[in-house]
Design a protein around this ligand. Sequence first.
Ligand SMILES: Nc1ncnc2c1ncn2[C@@H]1O[C@H](COP(=O)(O)OP(=O)(O)OP(=O)(O)O)[C@@H](O)[C@H]1O
Length: 227
Amino acid sequence: MTIMEVKNLSKVYGKDEMAVKALDDVSFTVNKGEFICIIGPSGSGKSTLLHLLGGVDRPSSGNVSIDGTDIYQLDETQLAIFRRRQIGLIYQFYNLIPILTVEENITLPMLLDEQRVDKHQFRKITDTLGLDQRLDHLPNQLSGGQQQRVSIGRALVSNPAIMLADEPTGNLDSKNSEEIMELLKMFNKTFKQTLIVITHDERIALQADRVISIEDGKIAKDEVIRS
Ligand SMILES: Nc1ncnc2c1ncn2[C@@H]1O[C@H](COP(=O)(O)OP(=O)(O)OP(=O)(O)O)[C@@H](O)[C@H]1O
């Protein structure tokens, strides 16, 4: 079953002689529950693509449909709500709010959305992420690996259909990196959560179901590794 349809997606930053074509007519579809890695050289357009898949930025042309919703037809408020409910985003530098505790950082998207936090779901996520003893800590009282777990918790709490991660292990040592990937894969397999990960790490790319290579803003290769 298709969960995402990307059609003729292009993104140009800047204008006139300053214009940079970061993404050039990219089209592909994603099946529900797929684990895709996006690879490619620095500056090839990977982060731009991920942001457009997640409704973070608007394309210059083309569209992205998620579960039948053409997301760029939504106005800003509708898009923000859609994003909070359907998309989980994880970055290399965790983007946690320093003055909020672990629990507050994780539940923030639900509170912003005026949704009740399901206590059972919250406990399950924080137990699985090994954060149950850290809920009252501030981000700077945690290790890098723990901070990344918090950002995964924050991305998971609304049970999004799609998880997008931009080099989620780029800032971690190999042991933490492995653990974070195991967690993401576990949520992908257990909850059929679609997982799209940008990585420079070949070992991570080899774990995916499918690898999309981006070069110069275009898809250079799209390979199914396992189905
Ligand atoms: N806000 C912006 N304004 C202008 N140009 C931008 C902007 N963001 C990205 N670019 C340019 O668009 C191109 C693609 O950038 P993007 O960040 O998507 O690449 P990337 O493949 O994710 O790179 P990296 O692996 O280094 O993170 C680059 O040439 C970059 O300089």
